[in-house]
Design a protein around this ligand. Sequence first.
Ligand code: 5GP
Ligand code: ZN
Length: 115
Amino acid sequence: MLKNCIFCKIVKNELLSQKVYEDESVFAFKDINPQAPVHVIIIPKKHITSLSVISVENEKVLGHIQVTVSRIAKQFSELKNGFRLINNCGVEGGQTVLHLHYHLLGGRSFRWPPG
Ligand code: 5GP
Ligand code: ZN
């Protein structure tokens, strides 16, 4: 846990969030500034800064997140025809919160390429 990290605070319930899913290693909550009808943030409970600093010891939780995405998606009827999963990594990737997270977005159509 990192003291001044907002997502670590959300995991510890020091900052309120609308929880969507929780287990021993993963936490998911609604984004405060949704970009689609469904916008869920999925994070490892353990603080990892970004995808650019992961190693083999993170394999288990990152694999578990993939399974969790599928499970969370089934909770939302809006996602029955598909969804988008995004990781913004680093400055050029558009990452603003330095605790690794995935955006699960859906309930509307998305364009490609992204902006
Ligand atoms: P990033 O830009 O780092 O990929 O995504 C960070 C996301 O976290 C943004 O979509 C932003 O709206 C969301 N966010 C930032 N602070 C909070 C917060 O305190 N609560 C919740 N629920 N979401 C947050
Ligand atoms: Zn953190």
